[in-house]
Design a protein around this ligand. Structure first.
Ligand code: NAP
Length: 251
């Protein structure tokens, strides 16, 4: 029987690409999304995964910034696929673009709740199932999507950078807590990748951004899906940050 993978923010962008990769790797995939407008998009991603890879999918609408919604998502997963959850990809995320005087507490609390607390909620809820069936031979994996913003500062993104640095700290601590128990915890810190997060930026600004990247171009979603695949297969890698960023940040 196929193992189960849960991915938050599976409707589009990096999440949709990673969801497809999980299907290709043979997992049954649970795709969580939030906006009503993303329902159809998520259904299309799920249909493509089922058709191409012959695995099963489940779509759950949940606002993962809220603990009760995460409980609903994990319960729906167990009800449908049983308790052998092998992979959790915490990916859902949002940004603000605001200086620290004009930003409101509601705005930055929303970023922290979506980008950091949701990762904590989901991991807290999924870990007990992983602990129950993980072993050195049959490992479980948590992959947390951080950002180069978590490695360095970005102007007008203090809340976002705080959330993404927090994700790295949390991942390292959990990697230690579960090392040797068949559960690995790692981060991906993408550089600039072409998704809806960058769609508002005009072509001149995109060209200027690309010029700041040593490799000379903005990355694609498949660069992040490949990094996730690497981490899921890399049995000796835990507590690490893999950063596909075209040389933009060198750790
Ligand atoms: P995106 O295209 O804007 O997609 C964001 C995803 O997060 C969507 O699936 C969205 O669901 C979901 N989401 C947002 N708030 C949610 C909530 N409260 N509950 C459940 N799902 C929620 O963004 P992306 O570029 O793919 O980014 C994915 C992750 O990569 C984020 O954590 C982001 O910070 C990180 N990242 C991106 C880049 C980049 O250049 N793109 C760089 C570094 C890091 P709906 O469709 O339902 O709204």
């Amino acid at each position: 029987m196929a193992h189960t993978a849960i991915i938050t923010g599976g409707s589009r962008g990096l999440g949709a690409a990673m969801a497809k990769k999980l299907g290709e790797m043979g997992y049954n995939v649970v795709l969580a999304f939030h906006s009503a407008s993303s329902q159809k998009l998520t259904e299309e991603v799920a249909a493509e995964i089922e058709e191409k890879y012959g695995v099963e999918t489940l779509i759950v609408r949940a606002d993962v910034s809220m603990f009760e919604e995460c409980e609903k998502l994990v319960q729906a997963t167990i009800d449908r696929f049983g308790d052998k959850v092998s992979v959790l990809v915490n990916n859902a995320g949002i940004t603000n673009n605001c200086n620290w005087i004009d930003i409101t507490p509601d705005q930055y609390q929303r970023v922290i709740a979506t980008n950091l607390l949701s990762f904590m909620h989901m991991t807290h809820l999924v870990l007990p199932y992983m602990v129950n069936h993980s072993s050195k031979e049959d490992q479980c994996n948590i992959v947390n999507i951080s950002s180069v913003g978590g490695l360095t500062g970005v102007i007008n993104q203090a809340d976002y950078c705080a959330s993404k640095a927090g994700v790295i700290g949390m991942s390292r601590a959990l990697a230690l807590e579960y090392a040797g128990k068949g559960i690995r915890v790692n981060c991906i810190a993408p550089g600039m990748i072409m998704t809806d997060m960058l769609r508002g930026v005009n072509q001149d600004e995109l060209n200027a951004l690309a010029a700041t990247i040593p490799e000379g171009y903005i990355g694609g979603v498949e660069d992040i899906a490949d990094a996730m695949e690497y981490l899921l297969n890399a049995n000796y890698v835990t507590g690490q940050v893999v950063s596909p960023n075209g040389g933009f940040v060198m750790q």
